[in-house]
Design a binder for this molecule. Structure first.
Ligand code: KIV
Length: 279
């Protein structure tokens, strides 16, 4: 599927982003860009804009499916979304979240879910939450030839245990614990790691201490790349987290356009002869 629009940025090299490009980007100091997408149209738009990685996040739950958290999202829902995104993406690397309940039981469960997602979607990597406790899961998936993206700091699937959406990596020993998590993820073979909602100084310190590229969300400018939920980036909703920058106000424009449509139909101004088939 191709969106009818003009990209606002020039296409970037490489033609197709692969996991092997991530370290090279980090080594030459080029920031890695990641955005979420949950459907073919949005994927084609952000792909054309030159984003390096598209994440089919389980944030589909609280952003698109009407849930208040990511916890209810199923593998079936992720498969539908990931298939749509992969079908519409030509350049970006497509990464799919393993949803809550689909991998924690054992490394074998994590591998089986990853294989199912890879076989049925056309995606190129999976992402899972957790550090030291998920090292064996990451190792087994990686040994099967599937690239894994780690996710530490604030991990939304554990928000009940963490006491809500709270900044991680603060307080005594917190930096060391975060570093241990990132090192565990790295040593298990992960190709990237997301650092969510950690102080900027801590994220920068961790980034400098490891080889694996770090992707921040609410983690300041010292990481190797950035990720945002596309609805926050595009200003689709009234509220967005304080760490997200709204690069547009598309939600308001959409409401205004729909309002204009309602007015035009009610007043008889639309459709005109121009929108009407001749006999
Ligand atoms: O599901 C998601 O969108 C994520 C990002 C917030 C990193 O995990």
């Amino acid at each position: 599927m191709t969106a009818n629009h003009t990209p606002t940025t020039a296409p970037r090299t490489p033609k197709k982003v692969r996991v092997t490009h991530m370290r090279a980007m980090r080594d030459r100091g080029e920031k890695i860009t990641m955005l979420t997408a949950y459907d073919a149209l949005t994927a084609s738009l952000v792909d054309a804009a030159g984003v390096d990685v598209i994440l089919v996040g389980d944030s589909i739950g609280d952003n698109m499916l009407g849930h208040s958290t990511t916890l209810p999202v199923t593998v079936d829902e992720m498969v539908v979304a990931a298939r749509a995104v992969a079908s519409a993406t030509t350049r970006a690397l497509v990464v799919v979240d393993l949803p809550f309940g689909s991998y924690e039981v054992s490394p074998r469960q994590a591998l089986e879910t990853s294989i199912r997602i890879m076989k049925s979607t056309g995606a190129e990597a999976v992402k899972l939450e957790g550090g030291v406790t998920r090292a064996e899961h990451i190792r087994l998936i990686t040994e099967a030839g599937i690239p894994v993206v780690g996710h530490v700091g604030f991990t939304p699937q554990s928000e009940n245990l963490l006491g809500g959406k709270r900044i991680q990596g603060r307080g005594e020993g917190a930096t060391e614990r975060l570093l241990a998590d990132v090192r565990a993820v790295q040593d298990a073979g992960a190709v990237l790691v997301v650092l969510e909602m950690v102080p900027g100084t801590v994220a920068a310190e961790v980034t400098a201490a490891v080889d694996i590229p770090t992707i921040g969300i609410g983690a300041g400018a010292g990481t190797d790349g950035q990720v945002l939920v596309w609805l926050d980036m595009a200003g689709m909703t009234d509220w967005s987290p304080s760490f997200a920058r709204r690069f547009a106000e598309i939600g308001r424009q959409l409401t205004a356009a729909a309002g204009d449509y309602v007015t035009a139909v009610k007043s008889g101004e639309f459709p005109t002869a121009e929108h009407t088939f001749d006999a």
